[in-house]
Design a protein around this ligand. Structure first.
Ligand SMILES: NC(=O)c1ccc[n+]([C@@H]2O[C@H](COP(=O)([O-])OP(=O)(O)OC[C@H]3O[C@@H](n4cnc5c(N)ncnc54)[C@H](OP(=O)(O)O)[C@@H]3O)[C@@H](O)[C@H]2O)c1
Length: 318
């Protein structure tokens, strides 16, 4: 299978039994061993289908460790890995845990998680602050910036941040301007972008003009792009996605992913597939291109970021 340099695999859904999204089918969790076996299968299938970019985090249960074990068995220098620091997984693989992850944007957390993540070198190419917000103060922490720039220099990696929320654009703009001794801190920006939250569009061109890489997450709006009677306000979007899916002989997931590829100058869009079947369906996005008029119609489906993220907040871990 031809290598693809457009779609990467995000591993948030494969390293733990629960995730914040709309589960069409509840995944049965048997044991950690079965999670490992299924996760490795998804990684192998991704590789066989030409995926060479993988995004992970210590906060995704066993996902980062799965990648560590798996990548060494592949030993292919074309594999590129992005990981993150800042969240710790605390649910102990219990689906009904009260707390699944704990956020801590401190220098000591960065140092502690780097000790594990650095094992991913030389495949590790991007090291990101996981979910940077104004509230944690991470975007004002000079000691953290200095440490990240040291890691960048010592290991030839790129430094990134991931952002979420109604104010993700505000955070991006602040991060874009951050410098230490005249050197910009961030090279890569992982941002939510999809047919419902298109806010990134306002500054994407400018970011790419500054040589920044954009990685798109949540391209399927955590499952909200699939027809769902709970979201009647998306009925026009559901109709168009269905028509385009029929036209191109793919699923609506592939159309939603294709929208990201065709509407912005992005580095990668992440598939968040939880299973091999989903991944195969997601990768059909590589088989066609949307026409200009189709993109224009899809651009009309954007909602206000506040509306989008209020809805996102109501999604449960399941
Ligand atoms: N703050 C951050 O840094 C952050 C936040 C979010 C995501 N990410 C990264 O971005 C990646 C992708 O984002 P995401 O997984 O949250 O969002 P997403 O792509 O919007 O949604 C993924 C979910 O869509 C469903 N899905 C995918 N293909 C499907 C298909 N063909 N049929 C039915 N359902 C399908 C799956 O749900 P089910 O599991 O219910 O089947 C899957 O868990 C993550 O893996 C992670 O690497 C980073």
């Amino acid at each position: 299978m031809k290598k693809n340099n457009q779609i990467g695999l995000g591993t948030a859904a494969i390293g733990r039994p629960s995730y914040i999204n709309i589960r069409q089918k509840k995944l049965a969790f048997e044991s950690k061993a079965s999670l490992v076996a299924k996760g490795l299968q998804v990684l192998d299938t991704a590789y066989d289908l030409g995926v060479r970019f993988f995004d992970t985090a210590p906060g995704y249960g066993m996902a980062e460790q799965l990648i560590i074990d798996w990548v060494n068995s592949k030993s292919d220098k074309d594999i590129k890995i992005a990981t993150k620091w800042g969240y710790t997984y605390v649910a102990d693989f219990k689906q009904d845990a009260k707390t699944h992850e704990v956020k801590e944007h401190s220098l000591s957390k960065l140092n502690e998680q780097w000790k594990v993540s650095k094992v991913l070198l030389p495949y590790l190419k991007i090291y990101q602050i996981h979910s940077a917000t104004l509230e944690t103060g991470v975007l004002k922490n000079q000691a953290i910036f200095k440490q990240l720039l040291t890691l960048k220099q010592e290991h030839a990696i790129e430094i990134g941040i991931t952002v979420s929320g109604a104010n993700q654009l505000e955070i991006l703009k602040i991060a874009l301007d951050l410098e230490v001794d005249g050197q910009q801190v961030f090279d890569v920006f992982q941002v939510t972008y999809n047919i419902f939250d298109q806010s990134l569009g306002a500054i994407a061109q400018e970011m790419v003009a500054q040589n920044k890489k954009l990685i798109i997450k949540e391209a399927l709006s955590n499952g909200r792009i699939f027809p769902n009677e709970k979201y009647p306000h998306y009925s026009n979007a559901y109709k168009t996605l269905h028509q385009l899916a029929m036209k191109y002989g793919v699923g609506v997931d592939a159309v939603a992913l294709r929208f990201c590829l065709d509407s912005l100058p992005i580095y990668k869009v992440l598939s968040g597939a939880a299973t091999e079947t989903q991944l195969i369906q997601n990768l059909k996005a590589l088989d066609f291109k949307l026409e200009k008029e189709e993109l224009e119609i899809m651009k009309t489906f954007a909602v206000q970021p506040e509306t989008y993220w209020a809805e996102r907040k109501r999604l449960a871990w399941n």
